[in-house]
Ligand binder design. Structure first.
Ligand SMILES: [Zn+2]
Length: 708
């Protein structure tokens, strides 16, 4: 299929499938679409897998795939053997030895919402001839986004590791599996009466470790990985196990798929439920989903847990692309069995798409607190990872030029984890001639003064100090959480007070005519009293916060803290020679130049004097002073975490002792953790710390001996 025709047909099919409301409730597929659907999917598979140049989002691919599936389900005679539905995804590309799985690793059918899950439950109940009110429990666990593996144990020893491969056969990677610390080389399957066992799991890389690996690769001039999954699947198939080990994969085991005694009789069924089986694996020393695994008594509870996990997704240590829902009862699983493609007893619940395509409608420009002119793309609103996105930053002029982004273009937008949405690329093959290049402005869109691009910088600046957009951005910065933290004075209130002529500059915030505000609609005596209180409290804030509040270029939270530690009064900074800035760790000439230039400006000098007269603190406070630390303290500069039950002292007291000994208490196990004190019944945190290999683990007794 020609690219142009594939793309225009893609658009047509998507429009039909998605329906007028874009919710997937479009017209059902008809048989004369069949050839096109296959051709379109093949085209996009080639773009994605071979050319690494996707032209649609994953979700759009799923929509088209589902349409083909639906068509084939109602017209089974139509099914062609080369249809994309007849293939199980395969990663068989290297010359590693192929091995047959004991039980085929099938892929899962997908669901996207409660209705899909309810449909699936209905199918399960019908198959089992089970009434709607008969109890049916589900086990729900994360769908990790890494590389699937199958492990075979014989007589308690790890004998074989394999990739998923095409589902029936995988590639033999035993030595690489042996290199992963989370996989026991020997464990007690014999205690379960099992002689031969096959486990399923997913090997993946923590997000923070992934970031470090990419940092290192960039420093070494190597190509960076697109995502943690690529880094993980690549690591699984390294020729040298040492390289696998260096990538520090974790392997979560989520299924005991096969387990027989020495006569070949099944021993898995007697564990009763999937949930119980996985917990058993945890007891045997495997890394299991643990707290992220739940047993649910109804499909509604399943959907609720899935939604909670989706909300937590950005803060989780590993990449998840959804959840897996399984019928918990192993006897029911056996009765349900599988179709040729999917087990009937499990379904994947996919999280909202993190990528989507949209159309660039226009480009607007925002002027920031130091005058930077930032282009913002207005796009056709599109659902992305659970929120509707219609504005996306385009960063700067070069970004638009380099990506050849034009108004009217179809664009690929991504919003992954806690990252703000961004445009991955424009899709020039969709162009029909109506697209227009972005015309970069020569004047500030807010004050109409000419804008300049400083040499060596990517940004354009409005240099008019009175530019209304800049004034507003600086006012917002002054009252923000990290600065003076004035509750009840946000963008909306600032705008109203400006309209009324009460606020033009930052010092005006401290001169508000409270009596007149009372006359404004929406303000009551109580809210004004609270505002007055918040503003009075702001006057007492630390020097660090004052520095943050002034929108000095390059002086953020961290730089402000370092400067506040070193001066008695903010005005002292005006006289600092450049060397003094350079003597502070991490500060360079740019910072020195910016701060000097800022104080040399009479406007700013004047503003500081006014603030001081109005009673705003300009001096170093107790909070600003550097902590006196004793470098000889036993835990000087270390991070520490307590886990399990302490027997001699309480958790709080222990943390106090640790702090007094120079340590900083942290809440989780990560590569940043130095010491883990493990009390009795220490569980997953201890396991994790041991797996990391970099954490010093000590007992309560050892800890006390050191601090006392
Ligand atoms: Zn301006």
């Amino acid at each position: 299929m020609l690219k142009s025709s594939a793309l225009s047909k893609t658009k047509e099919v998507l429009a039909k499938a998605e329906g007028p409301r874009g919710n997937g409730a479009g017209t059902p597929p008809s048989t004369d679409e069949y050839e096109d659907l296959i051709a379109i999917l093949k085209f996009h598979e080639h773009q994605y897998y071979v050319l690494d140049d996707p032209q649609i989002s994953d979700r759009e691919y799923d929509v088209i795939y589902k349409r083909l599936e639906a068509l084939e389900a109602t017209n089974p005679l139509l099914v062609r053997s080369d249809s994309p539905t007849q293939r199980v995804g395969s990663d068989l590309t290297t010359n590693l030895e192929a091995v047959e799985h004991l039980v085929p690793m099938l892929s899962l059918a997908n669901s996207y919402n409660l209705e899909d899950l309810q449909d699936w439950e209905g199918t399960v109940r019908r198959y089992l001839n089970m009434e709607a009110d008969e109890p049916l429990a589900f086990a729900v666990e994360p769908k990790y986004d890494g590389g699937s593996v199958a492990l075979v144990y014989e007589n308690d020893y790890l004998m074989r590791g394999a990739t998923r491969g095409n589902g029936a056969e995988g590639e033999e990677i035993t030595n690489n599996m042996r290199a992963l610390p989370t996989i026991p080389l020997k464990t007690a399957f014999s205690s379960l009466g099992m002689d031969r066992v096959e486990l399923r799991g997913e090997a993946l890389i923590r997000k923070d470790r992934f970031a470090k690996i990419n940092e290192q690769r960039e420093a070494d001039g190597q190509q960076v990985f697109a995502n943690p999954r690529n880094a993980a699947t690549g690591a699984l198939r390294m020729k040298n196990p040492k390289e696998t080990s260096d990538r520090k994969l974790d392997a979560f085991i989520y299924s005991l798929g096969f387990g027989v005694d020495k006569d070949g009789n099944d021993q898995v069924q007697k564990l009763g439920s999937h949930f119980a089986a996985v917990e058993k694996l945890g007891e045997l020393g495997f890394l299991i989903p643990g707290q992220y695994m739940k047993r649910c008594d109804s499909i509604e509870e399943v959907a609720k847990f899935c939604a909670e996990m989706e909300e937590q997704r950005p803060t989780l240590a590993y990449e998840l692309d959804g959840m897996v829902v399984k019928v918990d009862d192993l006897a029911l699983q056996a009765r349900l069995g599988s179709t040729a493609h999917h087990p009937r007893w499990a379904i994947a619940y996919k999280f909202a798409a993190q990528q989507a395509t949209s159309t660039l409608l226009n480009v607007d420009y925002q002027v920031g607190k130091i005058g930077s002119v930032t282009p913002v793309a207005r796009i056709e609103p599109v659902a992305l990872a659970g929120v509707t996105v219609s504005n996306v930053s385009l960063h700067n002029e070069d970004f638009i030029r380099d990506k050849d982004i034009r108004i009217g273009d179809r664009v690929l937008v991504e919003r992954a984890g806690d990252v703000i949405p961004y445009i991955v690329k424009s899709l020039p093959d969709y162009r029909d001639g109506s697209q227009q290049p972005v015309e970069w402005p020569s004047h500030c869109p807010e004050c109409s003064e000419p804008i300049v691009r400083p040499e060596g910088e990517a940004r354009w600046l409005c240099v008019n100090n009175d530019c209304p957009a800049q004034v507003m951005a600086r006012l917002i910065q002054h009252v923000s959480k990290d600065a003076m933290d004035i509750d009840g004075l946000g963008e909306k209130q600032l705008a109203r007070f400006r309209e009324n002529g009460w606020i033009q500059t930052i010092p005006d915030i401290y001169r508000l005519p409270y009596d007149e505000i009372l006359a404004l609609e929406g303000f009551k005596e109580k809210s004004i009293e609270n505002l007055r209180l918040a503003i009075d409290q702001a006057k007492e804030k630390s020097l660090q916060r004052l520095l943050v509040s002034l929108s000095i270029h390059h002086i953020g939270k961290k730089a402000s803290k370092m400067l506040a530690e070193q001066v008695e009064d903010i005005r002292d900074l005006a006289d600092w020679p450049e060397e003094r800035f350079l003597s502070i760790h991490g500060m360079g000439k740019t910072v020195a130049d910016n701060v000097s230039a800022w104080f040399a400006n009479s406007h700013n000098h004047n503003m500081i004097e006014q603030l001081a007269q109005l009673g705003v603190n300009t001096k170093q406070t107790e909070e600003d002073k550097p902590l006196a630390v004793d470098e000889s303290a036993p835990f000087f500069g270390k991070t520490i975490l307590f886990t399990g039950t302490l027997s001699e002292i309480g958790r709080k007291e222990a943390q106090g002792l640790a702090e007094a000994a120079g340590a900083r208490n942290v809440s989780g196990v990560s590569s940043k953790l130095d010491i883990l004190v493990a009390g009795e019944k220490a569980g997953s945190k201890l396991k994790k710390a041991e797996a990391l290999g970099t954490v010093k683990v000590m007992s309560e007794g050892e800890f006390l001996a050191l601090v006392r």
